[in-house]
Design a protein around this ligand. Structure first.
Ligand code: F6R
Ligand code: MG
Ligand code: MG
Length: 364
């Protein structure tokens, strides 16, 4: 029997502002998923949070895109939103774009990453959860994990990985997908996924079709037609025995690379790997955070999580993040700290430009 891991997340209201999720909202989610476990709909679950995003991690046998599982997540977000509203938490229900559920949470606001696989003898799995950034943030680490031999020694020295991997890339603007093989097509792959605003790595497979990684690629602001926050994505990666080792999967985050998001979803900033309890982006609503939850999947149950960035070997990345944050913050409203204009389409900037429009004069 195959096991499915569904990670479905939403910002149901921040405490305070956009910093974290209130404990009482997490308790509501725990109660709802606890009931679903008791009645057999799901095998196991964990309630987590990264910044102001409530993360539902569910293990079950119903496959991906299952209506009952999506409805469970939706109803849980609705109940947590009611609590958030009663506490007047900030932006309560901001990610729930519809009043009623229509079969699948995709396109309704929440972010979704789901992976279905036949359990191996032992199945280590890492769930990355981010806040104050967008799905393109996974492009660089996924490339390093599955295609860069300077990151992943196994690509060179493990015969089970030597063949390389296949990347499924989504064009989130034109709604198209393409598969590219690595190492053969790695330059083509990089030419696309270097444009993190448009092309996002959706999944990675082995060449025999075995699934290794799945990311959420929802673009909330595109769905809503106005800016309501970055998408704060999640990514699931399987590890070991022919997949990259846990340490190879984590290694890219030792470099605090630049991502889009941070204050008002309109800035470049360094991506800071933190332990679970430190995912409280408060400085200038950031800098963007990532946590890594490690599990062993065992007969449909979730053994874990292990807090994988709770390790002094990531202290240097955190210190570097703070240096980079100081440096780039000094640019204030100037690019490249502020995103270029075309990427600020859904912010308040167009309103300001509209106001000034009539005052522009032609230069002779
Ligand atoms: C970033 C984010 C925050 C808000 C900012 C302004 O994704 O959600 O940085 O954009 O706090 O929020 P409002 O306009 O609601 O006051
Ligand atoms: Mg928020
Ligand atoms: Mg968020």
């Amino acid at each position: 029997m195959k096991t499915t891991i569904s990670v479905i997340k939403a910002d149901i209201g921040g405490f305070p502002g956009h910093v974290s999720v209130h404990k009482e909202c997490m308790e509501i989610a725990d109660k709802e998923l606890g009931a679903a476990k008791n009645n057999g709909l799901i095998n196991d679950y964990r309630i987590m949070r990264c910044g102001d995003d409530l993360e539902l991690i569910m293990s079950h046998t119903k496959g991906i895109n299952n209506e009952e599982i999506h409805k469970l997540a939706w109803d849980t977000f609705i109940k947590a939103t009611e609590k958030a509203k009663s506490l007047k938490l900030y932006g309560a229900g901001q990610d729930l774009l519809s009043d009623s559920f229509s079969g699948n949470v995709k396109g309704m606001g929440p972010g979704v990453a789901e992976i279905e696989f036949e359990e191996r003898k032992s199945d280590p799995l890492i769930i990355f959860m981010a806040d104050k950034t967008a799905p393109g943030a996974w492009n660089l680490p996924l490339y390093k994990i599955f295609a860069d031999p300077f990151n992943t020694a196994g690509l060179v020295i493990d015969p089970k990985m030597h063949d390389g991997f296949v990347f499924e890339v989504h064009d989130v603007i034109d709604n198209k997908r393409i598969e590219l093989k690595c190492p053969e097509e790695s330059y083509d792959l990089l030419s696309l996924i270097g444009a993190t605003d448009r092309y996002c790595v959706k999944s990675v497979k082995k060449k025999n079709g075995e699934i290794c990684s799945v990311s959420s690629t929802q673009r909330l602001n595109f769905m809503a037609g106005r800016y309501i926050g970055k998408d704060d994505p999640v990514c699931i990666v399987r590890a070991q025995s022919g997949f990259p080792a846990v340490g190879e999967v984590l290694e890219p985050f030792a470099f605090p690379f630049m991502v889009k998001g941070w204050m008002r979803g309109s800035h470049h900033g360094p991506f800071m790997p933190v332990p679970f309890e430190k995912a409280n982006p408060s400085r200038f609503d950031g800098p963007p955070r990532v946590i890594a939850a490690g599990f062993q999947v065992s007969n449909g149950m979730l053994i874990g999580p292990s807090d994988l960035f709770d390790d002094p070997s990531f202290d240097k990345a955190r210190a570097e993040t703070n240096l980079i944050a100081d440096y780039i913050r000094r640019h204030g409203p100037f690019e490249p700290h502020r995103l270029p204009m075309d990427e600020m389409e859904y912010t308040t900037l167009p309103g300001v430009l509209e106001k000034l429009k009539s005052r522009f004069e032609v230069i002779e």
